[in-house]
Design a protein around this ligand. Structure first.
Ligand code: AHR
Length: 494
């Protein structure tokens, strides 16, 4: 079936919060250490300990917000271990991730430094599971209080005179699991208590994010909203795309068309999750003041053979590129409620945008999607309607073959498309209504003949964007041919 899409340039669904292009960096495996932080004395070229190659690559993504220090690590992290002279910092075990030594060389000051270098807003996740109310309260004071106080004085002794600006603050992580194994009812009370002492100092106003549900736990969302919606600005949601089961997730690079389909089906589930969690939230917050913060999303496979199972290191193929594009389309569709999303994780862990090996670095297919899509950040999401062909394995279950999103900013319309089918190209007729005649259409494509194509340290540019020649424009109508398993970004300019 041909895909027919009408995009309404004069009908906006709302602003696409740029924060849905956020990232997440946890003290896990080689994300922080090696991936981002090498230390000032490293032979890897660095800026105040942060490696230059990775920094330069990440800057090109215009990363709006970065979540840290976890993840599960957050509810075992005691921030005072990560301040002061580095040689005096406590060496501890990262019990959750690989049982390795955590030397605390990357702490609060280093994180803010990283955010400054990236031009990203910091998003800090506090410790509810194993930390006290006092500890969390003092961390906020340390970071944001401008004046005479024990924590502000301590910060100054550690070399930072002025407080930092901190907006996004999470009160615990996965408190139904690694963050304390709590019930929704118990956590809701704890949330109310902990957030009370996370103060707004001076003009620093925290955007407080409550720990949210695991995937389709709608009861969790209901309880949190019922008991605490007036005390939160955002409620998180975690959902990972796992092609198989948690015990046998599947390989990142060695998969068949059945696993490809399963991956797309699981990725597509994000749409249902946002619809249903949003519906629950609407009962208590019909004006949609409280944002859904999808602060962990992405693919999760079996680790690369021979690597530490606790490090969650996986390769990244064209399949991941499609998953990323489809997720971003879903977030943009729900832009009335989704205020932030953080891809898990930034470097060397899960669906990373950058992989490193010693001094070497490569950009993954997922990186290229985020680079192509950054034009959507803070743009107006455009309404569209149409008929879409189906993608199936021949059984009853079907998915739309093409996933699409459109936005408008600075007089330009951007249309992103991805073809979920690894077998068939998709023919599209696209009409832009409600706009002056579009005169030019340029495009960029990410595609490869092999569905498991990926970049390696030997061949770092095997999967890379190229100019897209598959669109023909007549007036405001376009005929497009999308190759199988491809991602395209079109720019339409009058
Ligand atoms: O991103 C890896 C882990 O997944 C996080 O630490 C945790 O929050 C989630 O279960």
């Amino acid at each position: 079936m041909p895909n027919r899409i009408v995009i309404h340039a004069d009908w906006t669904l709302g602003t696409i919060n740029k924060n849905i292009y956020g990232h997440f960096a946890e003290h896990l495996g080689r994300c922080i250490y090696e991936g981002l932080w090498v230390g000032e004395d490293s032979s890897v070229p660095n800026t105040q300990g942060i490696r230059n190659d990775v920094l330069a690559a990440l800057k090109k993504l215009n990363i709006p917000v970065l979540r840290w220090p976890g993840g599960c690590f957050a509810d075992e992290y005691h921030w005072k271990d990560g301040i002061g002279p580095r040689q005096n910092r406590k060496r501890m075990i990262n019990t959750h991730w690989g049982g390795v030594v955590e030397n605390n060389h990357f702490g609060t000051h280093e994180f803010f430094q990283l955010c400054e270098l990236l031009g990203s807003e910091p998003y800090i996740c506090g410790n509810v599971g194993s930390g006290s109310v006092q500890e969390m309260s003092e961390w906020v004071e340390y970071m944001t209080f401008d004046g005479e106080s024990p924590m502000a004085n301590l910060r100054q002794e550690n070399g930072r005179e002025k407080p930092w600006k901190l907006k996004y603050f999470g009160v615990g992580n996965e408190n139904w699991g690694c963050g304390g194994s709590m019930t929704a009812e118990y956590y809701a009370d704890q949330y109310r208590r902990y957030q009370t002492y996370a103060r707004n100092y001076g003009d620093n106003k925290l955007y407080k994010i409550a720990g949210g549900a695991n995937s389709d736990d709608y009861h969790w969302t209901d309880v949190l909203m019922k008991q605490a919606h007036s005390m939160m600005d955002g409620l998180s949601l975690h959902y990972y795309t796992v092609p198989g089961t948690w015990a046998n997730k599947g390989s990142a690079t060695d998969f068949d068309k059945r696993e490809w389909f399963a991956t797309m089906r699981k990725a597509n589930h994000m749409d249902e999750l946002l619809t249903r969690h949003g519906t629950v939230m609407d009962r208590y917050d019909p004006k949609k003041r409280v944002g859904i913060i999808v602060d962990e999303w992405g693919t999760w496979y079996d680790v690369e053979p021979g690597t530490n199972p606790g490090f969650l290191y996986q390769q990244n193929t064209m399949r991941d590129a499609i998953v990323a594009a489809h997720h971003l389309h879903i977030f943009q569709k729900h832009c009335d409620r989704v205020q932030m999303a953080n891809l898990a994780q930034m470097v060397n862990v899960l669906q990373a945008v950058v992989l490193t090996e010693g001094e070497k670095m490569l950009l993954t297919p997922t990186y290229h999607v985020l680079e192509m899509f950054k034009v959507h950040q803070d743009a107006e999401a455009l309404a569209f309607h149409g008929t879409f062909g189906e993608y199936s394995l021949g059984g009853e279950e079907t998915l739309p073959q093409v996933s699409v999103s459109a936005s408008k900013k600075d007089g330009k319309v951007h249309v992103s498309l991805c073809n979920l089918s690894p077998d068939d190209s998709a023919e599209l007729e696209l009409e832009l209504r409600g706009a002056e005649e579009a005169h030019t259409c340029t495009g960029v494509i990410l595609a490869n003949d092999a569905i498991n194509a990926h970049n390696t340290f030997e061949q770092p540019n095997l999967v890379a964007p190229a100019a897209f020649e598959g669109a023909r424009m007549t007036g405001n109508k376009l005929k497009i041919s999308l190759p199988p398993a491809s991602v395209v970004m079109l720019t339409l300019e009058p």
